[in-house]
Write a protein that binds this ligand. Sequence first.
Ligand SMILES: Nc1ncnc2c1ncn2[C@@H]1O[C@H](COP(=O)(O)OP(=O)(O)OP(=O)(O)O)[C@@H](O)[C@H]1O
Length: 239
Amino acid sequence: MLEVKNLTFKVKENGIDRSIVEDISFTVENGEMLVITGPNGGGKSSLAKVLMGIEKADSGQIILDGEDISAYDIDHRANAGIGYAFQQPPRFKGMTVERFLSLAAGRPLTENEVCKMLSGVGICAREYLKREVDGTLSGGEMKRLEIATVLAKAHKLCIFDEPEAGIDLWSFSMLVNQFEKIHKKKEEMLILISHQERIIRMADRIMVIEDGRIKTIGPKDEVLPALLDKGPVCTCMEC
Ligand SMILES: Nc1ncnc2c1ncn2[C@@H]1O[C@H](COP(=O)(O)OP(=O)(O)OP(=O)(O)O)[C@@H](O)[C@H]1O
């Protein structure tokens, strides 16, 4: 179980503190999928980065399966069982796709295993094994590869930041299938940040973040109708 208690993250703007994440508390149960949505600039990615340890919280607590991980750095949180796929994945010149996935899995993978992982996110496998994880990969290829790195290993908690961004229709359907498969097993907690209705519909619970605060959190059946009425959710396949 993930317990987030009174999490606040501030930045300095022109010498003045600005709260990007303000006193946010929520839980994610084992096997649960929580989808976080809300208007652009609301603080969703910042919250994810604070959970992963990329940004440091000013106050609050993060407890994973009873272990207080608030003071842990990124590596330590990854070892504690958190996997994270960036909204805009970083690139690694000189590293092959094959090695990148083996590092993510934490063990040497066979070619067949790498191919299976790549196929799972809609990447035409063998052609990519020796490609470098650099600027020669397209945005959509990089995004899918990044998602494959999180899926390469079992985690307690996986966080995917806008997995739909820049992904074509066919690959998007494959990704949705992957998320559904993990969700069905109920072995990992999933936090998906998304504006995409098809992803939001997979949620057990939905959390809406606006101006750095939780605006609503609740079961999908309660939150989604109001969301669809008001319309911050995107039904197109391009964003
Ligand atoms: N390190 C930083 N320094 C200054 N401002 C920041 C920093 N990180 C985020 N912000 C600001 O905090 C706000 C929240 O950004 P964040 O990326 O978390 O929003 P978001 O909800 O993920 O948005 P989107 O839906 O557009 O991806 C934005 O106004 C952003 O410009």
